[in-house]
Design a protein around this ligand. Structure first.
Ligand SMILES: [Zn+2]
Length: 142
């Protein structure tokens, strides 16, 4: 993948690229209470402050909060895979797919440290450009 190809579509609107083409996940931080949310917000869902949100890059590390193993999905989507919600280190909560572990409960630990990796996702069942996507993968403890 050419990192500077900023014409490549992204799979979600909050997956963006910086001036150098490097991908990042965009969030909003409330300057009143400090809570961080995924994507653009104008009102804080935690403290209800209006007009206090600033754009931030979301943390790229976090811990597994909850998961489910998906055995049936849309035609063409390979199963099983692990669907997760991660508590990012900045306090935001992000949904995604966990790769790099067996899709079996015995192999998946709650609070597993994870990090974000950016990948291309090929279109399923139709021609088109691959989209830039993100996945979670286990992070090695420092
Ligand atoms: Zn707030």
């Amino acid at each position: 993948m050419n990192a500077k190809d900023d014409t490549q579509p992204t799979i979600v609107p909050y997956l963006k690229r910086d001036e150098s083409g490097k991908p990042y996940l965009a969030g909003s931080k409330c300057t009143a209470c400090g809570h961080v949310f995924v994507g653009e917000r104008t009102v804080c869902a935690k403290c209800t402050a209006r007009g206090q949100m600033v754009s931030v890059h979301l943390a790229e590390t976090g811990k597994l909060y909850v998961y489910t193993i998906i055995h049936r999905s849309f035609p063409g989507v390979k199963t099983p895979f692990v669907d997760v919600i991660v508590d990012l280190d900045d306090g935001a909560h992000l949904k995604g797919t966990l790769v790099g572990v067996k899709p079996e409960p015995e192999a998946i630990a709650f609070d597993l440290p994870v990090k974000i990796a950016y990948r291309e996702a090929e279109p399923v069942n139709k021609p088109g450009k691959p989209h830039l996507s993100y996945v979670f993968e286990p992070a090695l403890e420092a």
